[in-house]
Design a protein around this ligand. Structure first.
Ligand SMILES: O=C(O)CCC(=O)C(=O)O
Length: 286
């Protein structure tokens, strides 16, 4: 892997100020191709066109608005309207795909090598992570025609005590543009500490707690698009309000994304929907 060129003080400053930072060419073209080839292999093996919705849904993964296929160590989330009333896929599989995960960092060498690479470790040290723990990794698909992913904060989907040590590594596997639905961020919003939607598990059911209208007064004009070339890394603070646009092109827009928190600053709360098990895997990066 090539050495990173961006200086650590710039990166840390950008990240602290804005809640996100970009490192262009974090992966080179060959490394991106290796991840794309591996994801194709995973899709070929684990997601067949004759797919049926009936495939096992592990209890620990239960988002209402998505269908889930869990096979061996691979969990695939599918757009809810992709199945017909008999439970079979009614659109091409690439149009149906939402994510493939959730422990690629554990189960697939190509993803493991990137997630535990020296460059990832360097970035985490620059960001002053003492005990970074990766708990989820997935390829995120935005198919042609796919609509926007609504604004959210990642830490609404997992809980640590105290909150605030979460970060996402989002690596573009295609050039991400305003036309194909690149990330859009609200710079500085990580300092607002909104967490209006928090999902936790209670009695095997996902409940939404702490919902309020905090997002309703957001000035949507403050969002800025983050177009990046393939191989670029976008670091996203767990509190940063962000979204992604719709894909108005004829091509897929893909990213490899993994999430971490700092086990030195916070501990994982037991009532998370994300927990060690069939779907998720918690591993220290160093
Ligand atoms: O890749 C995207 O479209 C956005 C991903 C994202 O924001 C998320 O998974 O939290």
């Amino acid at each position: 892997m090539q050495r990173l060129v961006k200086s650590s003080s710039n990166l840390f400053g950008d990240y602290m100020r804005n809640g996100f930072a970009v490192i262009a060419e974090f992966l080179n073209k060959d490394q991106v191709k290796t991840l794309v080839d591996e994801s194709e292999r995973i899709i070929g093996k684990y997601f067949v066109s004759s797919e049926s919705k009936a495939v096992v849904k592990p209890e620990e993964f239960n988002f209402d608005n998505q269908s889930v296929i869990h096979r061996d160590q691979v969990t695939i989330t599918i757009h809810p309207n992709a199945f017909d009333e008999t439970g079979h896929l009614k659109i091409p599989k690439y149009a149906a795909l939402n994510t493939i995960g959730m422990k690629l960092h554990q189960n697939f060498d190509a993803f493991r090598q990137v997630t535990f690479s020296e460059n990832v470790k360097s970035v985490l040290r620059w960001l002053q992570y003492i005990n970074p723990i990766v708990f989820e990794s997935a390829i995120v698909y935005k198919a042609p025609g796919c609509s926007e992913l609504p604004l959210h904060q990642d830490e609404s989907y997992y809980r640590t005590d105290p909150p605030g040590s979460g970060v996402a590594f989002w690596i573009a596997l295609d050039d991400a543009t305003e036309q194909n639905g690149c990330l859009q961020v609200y710079p500085g919003s990580h300092k607002m500490s909104y967490l209006p939607r928090v999902f936790v598990e209670m009695h095997n059911q996902v409940k939404i707690i702490e919902e309020n209208n905090a997002y309703k007064d957001l000035d949507e004009s403050k969002f800025v698009p983050v177009p990046v070339s393939k191989g670029s890394l976008v670091l996203i603070d767990g509190f940063l309000i962000h979204k992604s646009g719709n894909n108005a092109t004829d091509l897929l827009r893909r990213a490899y994304q993994f999430h971490l928190y700092d086990g030195n600053r916070s501990h994982w709360l037991g009532n998370n929907i994300v927990k060690e098990g069939q779907v998720y895997s918690f591993t220290p990066i160093y």
